[in-house]
Design a binder for this molecule. Structure first.
Ligand code: SF4
Length: 219
């Protein structure tokens, strides 16, 4: 098979996003939040846990802690108690309080608006910072989680296993105004159709655009 040019790959990536948008215009973040601080908390809690479980835990948490200062003044055991149903709750409680203390001491209690500043907060990775700037501030970002990474490789848009490299390669294929939707749509497609163990290629809306790299079992 001839090597695909960067231009051709970019066109194909655009067509993939078009097809997924047509199939799932309703695709949106599954975490429930009312403001940008709640969004940060939800995304921090969601690592290696389902969004559904995070959504069960956060209403009581958000009712009790309404500002960065509230979290900063809480004790770690208090926070642990509120989130103990969530995986890695001890680490997350510690990070949550440390992040909020930094927001209070260095940002006047307000969530910083740039991805780089968010990334400086304890417990906030590059992916988390991307999700937050995308949804809270409309800043273009294409954070790579397990679904986005797996689909990008199967779709032949990258060969990298490194999320930061995948993000850089995908971002170079699409204009910034499409990054956020590409991120969301790939996650939904990964949950519904291009699932990890056995993708449903026969009913996939992008099957004619997909080389199915390393896909061994599908239906
Ligand atoms: S054709 Fe198969 S491997 Fe390719 S995106 Fe669709 S479900 Fe995934």
């Amino acid at each position: 098979m001839p090597r695909e040019s960067k231009e051709a790959k970019g066109r194909r990536a655009g067509l993939i996003v078009d097809a997924l948008e047509k199939e799932m215009p309703e695709a949106k973040i599954a975490l429930e939040y009312q403001d940008e601080l709640q969004l940060l908390v939800s995304v921090m809690l969601s690592a290696q846990t389902t969004d559904a479980l995070v959504n069960q835990v956060t209403p009581a948490l958000f009712a009790k802690y309404r500002s960065a200062g509230d979290y900063a003044r809480a004790s770690v055991p208090q926070l642990e108690k509120m989130i103990r149903r969530i995986g890695l709750f001890r680490t997350k409680a510690k990070n949550l309080r440390a992040a909020m203390r930094k927001i209070v001491s260095e940002h006047g209690g307000k969530l910083p608006r740039t991805r780089e500043e968010l990334y400086e907060l304890p417990g906030v990775g590059w992916k988390t910072s991307g999700v937050v700037v995308n949804h809270a501030f409309g800043t273009p970002a294409l954070p790579v989680d397990t679904h986005v990474g797996r689909l990008s490789r199967r779709l032949g848009l990258t060969r990298s296993e490194d999320p930061d490299e995948v993000e850089a390669e995908l971002s170079a294929l699409l204009p910034p105004e499409r990054w956020g939707r590409a991120h969301q749509l790939l996650i939904w497609h990964g949950r519904r159709t291009c699932i990890a163990r056995q993708p449903h290629c026969s009913r996939c809306v992008v099957k004619t655009l997909c080389p199915k790299v390393a896909v061994t079992g599908s239906d």
